[in-house]
Design a protein around this ligand. Structure first.
Ligand code: MTE
Ligand code: MO
Length: 385
């Protein structure tokens, strides 16, 4: 069993698949912490977790035009390059896929609303490592890509791989990291020990774990996950007609928000007189969430939620520079219970600083892989007299 050496996991996680391991925290506890504890951070593995010996580990860097191949030990990665820390939210392209499944069957893991988490990542800047491998902007085509290969592989030896555009990889403001720490500790085995890529603002799939190799190329990664997966299509496209070459690989993700409390089907007491609603909101590409609207009546009337961008009780973090809002915002609204309502249909929708908003329903954005599921999130609760 290639999975016999997988690490132990926190018992609170809701398991979507055991081998490979895929799990999300219960939504109600996701919004308890601004920084998600690593043990309950969602886990998305396509393959067995590789056992990597930190002493013999080498990170290979290849393909830099005009440069030379570079091989770095873990120690060299930690000591030769400045350590940089970024708080960034990771979201799987399949987050909230289960809502698409209710419209029409899609292919993929049936994620709820918690295939998203927020952590603090520390490591070397990818840009600094590429510079050490001889990267010179003048001699590299700006349309190039940076490919990443994981050390996890299937029985045929095929490894997990993905790529990002070169301009994101080398941008001063892109904050792409070769991270060796998560939340101030060595990366946990499930999250890519000893080194993973963190591409803030970009879909989870490009944040390659157990990083073995970096290749600068004029082509995108040839991996299945870059070419034939993690792409968006029209609701009109089905498995007989789909042409994966016709759509770009998902990179920056769209605006997203969801309600973590109360849970679907919860009961609120009329005598409580008020209801508290909590959730998260985030947008890709470093766009900052500027507002979250909440409705208690299915979207007829709205109230503005309070946004929280640091751990409760702590001094709020300074606003990120424009285009570098990599971390989610938690939000909360306490409102009087509408008189006479026996049921509440709670709805949330977020707005980012480009005024992108979420679509109001799932059907128009339904796609066969069930990715990019970001419609208004709706939760029904009962009011008990
Ligand atoms: N990297 C490797 N090497 N293997 C993987 O299976 N899964 C990707 C990405 N990086 C994956 C990987 C996907 S689809 C997601 S959503 C994120 O890792 C999940 O990161 P996490 O498990 O740290 O939450
Ligand atoms: Mo993912």
């Amino acid at each position: 069993d290639p999975y016999s050496t997988d690490p132990e996991r926190h018992p609170a996680l809701r398991i979507n698949s055991l081998k490979p391991f895929n799990a999300e925290p219960p939504a109600e506890i996701l919004s308890d912490n601004y920084i998600t504890p690593s043990a309950i951070f969602f886990k998305r593995n396509h393959l067995p977790v590789p056992q990597v010996d930190p002493k013999s580990y080498r990170l290979q860097v290849e393909g830099v035009p005009g440069g030379a191949p570079l091989s770095l030990s873990l120690e060299e990665l930690k000591t030769r390059f400045p350590k940089h820390t970024v708080t960034a939210t990771l979201q799987c392209a399949g987050n909230r896929r289960s809502e698409m499944n209710k419209v029409k069957q899609v292919k993929g893991l049936n994620w709820g609303i918690a295939a998203i988490s927020n952590a603090t990542w520390s490591g070397a800047r990818l840009k600094d490592v590429l510079l050490a491998a001889g990267y010179m902007p003048e001699v590299v085509r700006q349309t190039s890509h940076v490919q990443f290969e994981g050390l996890d592989s299937d029985v045929t030896g095929t490894t997990y791989g993905a790529s990002i555009p070169l301009n994101k990889a080398v941008s001063e403001e892109g904050d792409v990291l070769l991270a060796y720490q998560m939340n101030g500790e060595d990366l946990p085995a499930d999250h890519g020990y000893p080194v993973r890529v963190v591409v803030p603002g970009t879909v989870g799939a490009r944040n390659v774990k157990w990083l073995g190799k970096i290749i600068v190329s004029e082509e995108e990664s040839s991996s299945h996950w870059q070419q034939n997966d993690y792409k968006g299509f029209s609701p009109a496209t089905d498995w007989d007609t789909v042409d994966f070459k016709s759509a770009p690989a998902i990179q920056e993700l769209p605006i997203q928000s969801a309600i973590t409390q109360p849970a679907e089907g919860a009961v609120v007491e009329r005598s409580a007189e008020e209801v508290t609603v909590k959730g998260y909101a985030w947008s890709g590409g470093g766009r900052e969430v500027v507002r979250v609207d909440v409705s208690l009546d299915g979207g007829r009337t709205w109230q503005v939620a309070q946004l929280q961008s640091s751990e409760k009780g702590q001094v709020p973090a300074p606003s990120p520079p424009p285009g570098r809002a990599w971390a989610w915002k938690l939000w909360e609204l306490t409102a009087p219970l509408p008189p006479a309502a026996q049921e509440l249909e709670i709805v949330c929708k977020a707005v980012d600083n480009s005024y992108n908003m979420q679509p109001d329903s799932v059907a128009p954005i339904w796609n066969l892989r069930g990715v990019l599921s970001n419609a208004w999130h709706r939760v029904k609760v009962t009011v008990k007299e």
